[in-house]
Design a protein around this ligand. Structure first.
Ligand SMILES: [Zn+2]
Length: 161
């Protein structure tokens, strides 16, 4: 048995008139991420953390943004696919900790639904997924509300491959 940690990071620009999808949940707001898929920073960073811990590369390798198949895709699909890859390697998700960085709106009230959606996609309990939110104190693009970013650390248990 071995324990492995993976880190994931993602950032998307925010533009007016786009849906703000975070952790598979639509958060009411006047801006949303620009991206090939739904631009879900939390799902993307989480996917990278899982793939990294499993030694399976990154999200771009598995879901290239040049592939029309993923245009506007619900990013929870990426997580479901990552979970299958982990199962094949007999690796289990022990814990996920994430921080979403966004100036506005407040995310705390949406966390229970996000945790539920992420846990369901990954076949884990909601207690396995921990979410935090930060603002960027008005500094740089994230602080000016021009972008959203996310960091995730995932811990896996499994046999060393
Ligand atoms: Zn992304």
């Amino acid at each position: 048995m071995s324990v492995r940690c993976g880190i994931g990071y993602d950032l998307h620009r925010l533009e007016a008139g786009r849906k703000l999808i975070i952790g598979g949940i639509e958060v009411p707001f006047e801006k949303g991420p620009v991206g090939h898929s739904d631009g879900d920073v939390l799902a993307h960073a989480l996917c990278d953390a899982l793939l990294g811990a499993a030694g399976l590369g990154d999200i771009g390798k598995h879901f290239p943004d040049t592939d029309p198949k993923w245009k506007g895709a619900n990013s929870l699909m990426f997580l479901e696919h990552a979970k299958k890859l982990l199962d094949e390697k007999k690796m289990e998700i022990e814990y996920v900790d994430a921080v979403v960085i966004l100036e506005r709106p407040k995310l705390g009230p949406h966390f229970p639904k996000m945790r539920e959606a992420l846990a369901k996609s990954l076949g884990v309990t909601t207690e396995t997924i921990h979410l935090k939110a930060k603002t960027n104190e008005g500094v740089d693009a994230v602080g000016r509300g021009e972008a959203i970013a996310c960091h995730v650390v995932a811990t896996l248990n499994g046999r060393a491959a």
